[in-house]
Write a protein that binds this ligand. Structure first.
Ligand SMILES: [Cu+2]
Length: 538
């Protein structure tokens, strides 16, 4: 059992930015939670958020939430039932355990109705990690519709590790481990020109979200700054902090892209040469989860990570005298997307006296060297189960004033055949109803000119094909990028996902959405109801 008492606080900066952080009583910020399969997590969350102080001018760049959020009534406030109120206000909060197959019910992993207000007593989460939860990196963050972006962008997120990777993948046994949480935030130096060391100076464009638009060069002002374990690496010069490593030592890096909108394309450079990264797990699931030993370690010189995703990989520290750099390379997010340019994240500094346990980024431990056998998978491999039906969903966007390219955008995630509508937090109607035990194929199409990241709560899926071409990725994900459309294409890009509703913990009502949180808050979300296997089907 792991007992944790978290307090969520915010701090209003003078530049109108608001920072958010989970705190333990001893001041630890957004702790990494470590649990074994079968463990019980008892987490109490105290909401100490405060409203924005009165500002002389409203921040014109702040995205308008799609649904008009009622302000909490100050006078004679009746205590609201945190399990039922569904109040979506700037100071409301709750928790989502991203990637865990735990039930979508209140006090566990329910986010559509659960809402905790400032002044409420500490709210208790009791989450049993399933015995068959794959070992790897998961995370927790708030999920209040309309305000997820502000809270996560401000820093409200933390890592959660399900222990036991070495049981599934013996090549990771005994490796020193680092947890890197990469977050994005509003630019610290928004008025600065690009660094004079950049080879091109692209024209500045603003996209529909009010962020720096993709200019296609790999340079220029990013939409957001990035930070590594809360250490910002700001535009325009991206000064990386230093990570001291024992020369040549192999380590396991567990990387979370906790960004609100920023895509990552990670590479590790030694004297400018991209190094091989031994990927062992994606989205918390070992690549050899299906028992195929050839997928135990997949070597690549870069790792693409949409917002919300995780990658765990083996790498070797630079040799003595060499220099290393963790970078994210530019991601082409589409004509309508944000600018995600090339930038440094972390300098890797070989040092014989580098501490093992208490480095500049303190979150480091070692995996056990002693092997215990993994729990046997109880169900047939998802890729071998034929789907009972196929559905198509599509991402789309609409300018509220089609004549004005700078007008606000509405974001849709629509089940094909239904009328596009932004997510309605006040409704109980499910867009999709399935029965526990079923397996479906979902084709997720992108009809917009920017990338979207499809995510569903409670379960993992398998990517079967991309725009009709089979994909050989025999491992599970909970977040997947969907390529953007442009007018020269003959069809909308898509991915085909094998959706697994076999787990008993999928029963209930939960969300699927785009994990670019500006889009989710703007309406790009839907509701699915999974009925018990024995429910009558009328
Ligand atoms: Cu999106």
């Amino acid at each position: 059992m792991l007992k944790v008492e978290l307090t969520l606080r915010n701090f209003h900066e003078q530049d109108a930015a608001t920072r958010y952080c989970y705190l333990l009583a001893d001041g630890t910020q957004s702790p990494t939670l470590r649990l074994n399969p079968g463990d019980l997590l008892i987490l109490t969350l105290k909401n100490e958020l405060t409203n924005e102080p009165a500002a002389p001018e409203p921040n014109a760049a702040a995205p308008e939430p799609n649904a008009a959020a009622p302000e909490p009534k100050v006078a004679a406030r009746q205590p609201l039932d945190p399990c039922r109120s569904g109040l979506m206000a700037p100071t409301s909060t709750n928790l989502h355990f991203h990637g865990l197959s735990v039930p979508p019910v209140c006090h566990q992993d329910e986010v559509l109705k659960t809402s905790i207000q400032p002044g409420d007593p500490p709210f208790e989460y009791r989450v049993r990690i399933p015995a068959n939860q794959p070992p790897g990196l998961y995370w927790y963050h708030p999920h209040i519709h309309g305000f997820s972006n502000a809270q996560v962008l401000g820093g409200a997120s933390g890592a959660l590790i399900v222990e036991g990777l070495e049981r599934v993948n013996p090549q990771t046994a005994g490796l020193p481990e680092r947890v890197l949480v990469i977050r994005d935030q509003d630019l610290l130096n928004p008025a600065a020109p690009p660094s004079k060391f950049e080879p091109v100076v692209p024209k500045m464009l603003i996209d529909r979200d009010g962020d720096s638009a993709n200019n296609g060069t790999g340079f220029g002002k990013p939409a957001k700054d990035l930070s590594v374990n809360y250490v910002a690496v700001p535009y325009p010069d991206y000064p990386p902090s230093g990570l001291r490593m024992k020369p040549g030592e192999r380590e396991l890096w567990r990387v979370l892209n906790a960004s609100s909108v920023t895509y990552l394309n990670l590479a590790v450079l030694f004297d400018r040469a991209a190094q091989q990264l031994g990927i062992v797990a994606i989205d918390g699931v070992p690549l050899n989860e299906n028992g195929d030993p050839k997928n135990a370690v997949v070597w690549r010189d870069h790792v693409g990570m949409p917002p919300g995703s995780r990658a765990e990989f083996i790498l070797s520290a630079p040799a003595a005298g060499a220099t290393g750099l963790l970078v994210t390379r530019t991601v082409d997010t589409g004509q309508g997307g944000e600018n995600d340019p090339n930038r440094a994240l972390l300098a890797l500094i070989p040092a014989a006296d580098a501490p093992h346990a208490n480095s500049a980024l303190p979150d480091r431990a070692s995996l056990p060297a002693r092997l215990k056998p993994p729990a046997l998978a109880a169900l047939p491999w998802l890729g071998n189960v034929p789907p009972v039906r196929v559905r198509k969903l599509y991402f789309s966007e609409k300018l509220q004033d089609p004549a004005d390219p700078n007008s606000a955008t509405t974001f849709y995630l629509t089940v094909d055949g239904q009328t596009p509508a932004p997510f309605d937090p006040g409704s109980d109607a499910a867009n999709i109803v399935v029965k526990q035990g079923e397996v479906e194929d979902w084709i997720i199409e992108n009809r917009s000119t920017e990338l979207h990241a499809f995510h569903i709560h409670q379960l993992h899926f398998l990517v079967m094909d991309a725009s009709g071409t089979p994909v050989d990725e025999p491992f599970l994900k909970d977040t997947v990028n969907v390529p953007y459309y442009n007018a020269t294409m003959l069809q909308y890009p898509s991915v085909r996902l094998r959706m697994d509703f076999r787990g008993p913990n999928t029963v209930g009502t939960f969300a699927y959405h785009c994990h670019l949180l500006e889009h989710e808050d703007g309406g790009m979300m839907g509701r699915i109801r999974v009925l018990p296997a024995n429910a009558s089907s009328d």
